[in-house]
Design a protein around this ligand. Structure first.
Ligand SMILES: [Zn+2]
Length: 111
């Protein structure tokens, strides 16, 4: 996917419930969530992420990983983050808590 134009990403407060586009968990009314919008190849789109997924996504992107919206779980699985060893390495590299990645991938911490 090429880089979007008119991209912006802001934290919003949910006025109605949404689903996180990465982990599929419910963002309930009143929760803060990451709202990102842009135009990809002429196609305007928007994505809603819970703050946990939003943080992992943003930090991966900043670290130079080419992760796409809705692909965060698959991307981390491809990086072998289901194994604790790799999860800790990736978490340290991008400066997130490895337990946040574990929660996203629904793996037990310590496995
Ligand atoms: Zn999420």
């Amino acid at each position: 996917m090429s880089a979007p134009s008119a991209f912006r990403s802001v934290v919003r407060k949910a006025r109605k419930s949404h689903k996180c586009c990465e982990c599929n968990e419910t963002i309930t009314i009143g929760d803060q969530y990451q709202y990102s919008s842009g135009v990809w190849d002429g196609d305007p789109r928007s994505y809603k992420q819970c703050l946990r997924c939003g943080e992992i996504f943003e930090k991966l992107s900043h670290a130079g990983y080419d992760v796409c919206f809705t692909q965060l779980r698959d991307y981390l699985i491809d990086l072998d983050c289901k194994s604790q060893e790799w999860r800790v390495i990736v978490a340290e590299q991008i400066d997130v808590d490895s337990s946040a990645i574990a929660q996203l991938l629904k793996v037990e911490v310590g496995v």
